[in-house]
Structure formats: C-alpha cells, structure tokens
Design a protein around this ligand. Structure first.
Ligand SMILES: [Zn+2]
Ligand SMILES: [Zn+2]
Length: 109
C-alpha cells in the first residue's frame, strides 16, 4: 500500500523520466511551436525585461545622486516612488507616495 507522498514521488519520477526521454523532448518542442506558448513566453520575457532594465537603471541613477529622490507631488510625503508615464522616456519621472501612486494608476487623480 502506497502513501500519498510515495504516489507523488512516483509520479514526479515518471514525469522527470518522460521529460528526459525522446518522446518527452519531442512533445516539449511541439508545445513550443504552438501560438499559446509563444504568447505566454513573449508576454513574460519581453515586457518584464524592459521594465526591469529601466528600473535597475533608474535605481542606480537615484543611488548615485544624479537624480534626487523627490517627495510625493500630491501630498509632499517623503520617500516617494518613481513613476513613469512612459517607459520609453525613463528620465521623465513623476514622484508619488505609495497611496497616491496606486490612486494614480487607478485614474483616481
Ligand atoms: Zn502622496
Ligand atoms: Zn507608476
């Protein structure tokens, strides 16, 4: 009699073996050709990479003191977040506190 844990382990081992097998590799390749895979892969990699690249760059610039951290432009609270209306223009930064930043994104201000 197998316990649930043992069953899961057997299942995982079988899946791992399947992935390493010729049939498993072919199934994976076939899946990568489907529009569904291409859409999901494109969405997660391209957009995030672009935004993270800009974030890293802006953070470095802020830390090095080239851009000074501003206060929230609505309420004047310190430690505001850098917001970009347009990621194509990374130095066009607006400053909002956490509360006003989320309101701005919800088009409340
Ligand atoms: Zn604010
Ligand atoms: Zn923002």
């Amino acid at each position: 009699m197998q316990t649930t844990e043992e069953k899961i382990k057997v299942h995982r081992d079988a899946q791992r073996r399947y992935k390493l097998s010729q049939a498993g590799k072919e199934a994976e390749l076939k899946y990568r050709q489907t529009p569904k895979y291409k859409i999901s892969a494109g969405k997660s990699s391209i957009k995030c990479k672009e935004k993270w690249g800009i974030w890293n760059m802006v953070n470095r610039v802020i830390k090095s003191g080239i851009i000074l951290r501003h206060n929230c432009e609505i309420c004047g609270k310190e430690q505001a977040l850098a917001h970009h209306d347009d990621y194509a223009d990374p130095f066009n930064i607006r400053w909002f506190c956490v509360k006003h930043h989320s309101q701005y994104h919800k088009n409340l201000i």
